[in-house]
Design a protein around this ligand. Structure first.
Ligand code: PMP
Length: 440
């Protein structure tokens, strides 16, 4: 189906139809909590009166497009929540994965692909002198935190408010102690975690004294829309950590290979002590990695006393898909084109909103962007909490009807892939202008 012609509403009454999505959704809900295997996939954050909210159930992807089980096509700005920077089913990654399928996709023993991939990562992230591969971003953050505690002999952590690091003990729920009670998170672990607002160096300095093992930073937060760090903020955080002998952990699960080949560290000229990667790293296959200075990584078993292990870690399927992805991303002009298209997209939508006097912020860093119904620039969690969720919900459903699939919450970063064309971008701006008009 032509993207521009996709025409449907979420109650399934429209010509495009969502009958199969709805019946699959009922089956999913009966057997899987909320019908989803990761909470933000449900459409609960965009529930609104004009749409009974069964989420879409997807069938396949191709380039910049994703197709639901009813055959409706959408321009995909979710891209699996970040990993698919080359779009859906890019032939070089598919071929690399196929080679692994022919030769065996897991051995539980080392392969040459792990060495090649760790070397490629060091080329992109010079601070990752050594790397350990795991299977997800959360797993990698958890290991990085344990490593920092093992290396420093200290236990306290500092995290920045509103930054997301996966469902990791000590970090998850640290912003929301009130709700933590019933969440299953052990309060004593949260007592080891101090929180400071993002983009606020003074507040960070205040919580840094004492026995802090590490500061965990999402260098471009992507779970409060997209927040560009203030000029000089990340270098100042680096300096504050160095001065006190506190380790700096950069969670580059989202920003790694996204805001530049070498992530936020390349873009902002800062080197972390420990770097965490995920998402794009595996070329769309389940992956995570943590790495850093050689003396710190020497702490990891079997070299050192910090235990971390995994059956699926470093499997050849993921290593080969990841290597093939990085090889594509290295091609000259890749990041310039992504940046140019994302700048055009966000500028176009922001101009359409301004013309209608609708308060909308459309920040972007590289090819990650946010569309936030906010009357002020969003610099931290407090600013984010002023965003208008009802307006975003109406916008989200309007865009779906236009055949454009955005993350189903304004908190989560949207992304472009190399498969998105200039024409796709122009169509999206036109669609957004039409939908914004209906919000007046
Ligand atoms: N850190 C960041 C910055 C993330 O964006 C995410 C996932 N959205 C994670 C960690 C967790 O990664 P995963 O979902 O692969 O466990």
């Amino acid at each position: 189906m032509d993207v521009g012609a996709a025409e449907h509403t979420l109650d399934g009454s429209s010509p495009g139809g969502l009958k199969r999505s709805i019946s699959n959704y009922e089956r999913l809900r009966a057997s899987i909590p909320g019908g989803v295997n990761s909470p933000f996939r449900g459409f609960q954050h965009v529930a609104c009166a004009s749409a009974v909210a069964p989420m879409l159930v997807m069938a396949r992807g191709e380039g910049a497009r994703i197709f639901d089980v009813d055959g409706n096509a959408y321009l995909d700005y979710v891209c699996a929540w970040g990993p698919l920077i080359l779009g859906h089913v890019p032939p070089p990654v598919r071929d690399a994965a196929r080679a692994a399928l022919d030769e065996g996709w897991i051995f539980g023993a080392s392969t040459r692909h792990e060495a090649a991939f760790a070397e490629a990562i060091r080329d992109c992230f010079p601070g990752m002198e050594m790397t350990r591969f795991v299977n997800s971003g959360a797993e990698a953050v958890q290991a990085a935190v344990r490593l920092a505690r093992s290396f420093s002999g200290r236990s306290a952590l500092v995290k920045l408010e509103g930054c997301y690091h996966g469902h990791v003990e000590s970090l998850d729920m640290a912003d929301e102690r009130v709700r933590a009670e019933a969440s299953g998170v052990v309060k004593a672990l949260l007592d080891e975690t101090r929180v400071a607002p993002f983009n606020d160096l003074d507040a960070l300095e205040k919580v840094l004294d004492g026995d802090v093992a590490a500061v965990v930073v999402e260098p471009v937060p992507g779970s409060m829309g997209v927040i560009p760090p203030d000029a000089g903020y990340l270098p100042a955080v680096r300096e504050a950590c160095t001065r006190r002998g506190v380790l700096l952990i950069f969670d580059e699960v989202l920003t790694g290979f996204r805001v530049a080949l070498g992530g936020a560290q390349e873009r902002y000229g800062v080197t972390a002590d420990i770097t965490v990667l995920g998402k794009i790293l595996g070329g769309g296959f389940a992956a995570g990695a943590y790495g850093g200075r050689r003396d710190i990584m020497a702490q990891v078993a079997p070299l050192g006393p910090m235990y971390q292990a995994g059956t699926f870690c470093g499997n050849p399927l993921t290593m080969r898909a990841g290597l093939a992805t990085v090889a594509q991303l290295r091609k000259p002009g890749t990041y310039e084109a992504l940046e140019r298209r994302t700048a055009r997209l966000t500028r176009g939508i922001a101009e359409a909103a301004r013309a209608l006097e609708i308060a909308l912020e459309a920040p972007h860093v590289g090819s990650m962007f946010g569309l936030l119904f906010s009357d002020r620039p969003v610099r931290n969690l407090t600013d984010y909490q002023h965003c208008d969720d009802a307006r975003f919900a109406a916008f989200f459903h309007g865009m779906l009807r236009e055949g454009v699939y955005l993350p189903p919450s304004q908190s989560d970063a949207a992304v472009l892939s190399t498969a998105h064309t200039d024409e796709d971008v122009e169509r999206t701006i036109e669609a957004a202008a039409r939908v914004l008009r209906t919000l007046k």
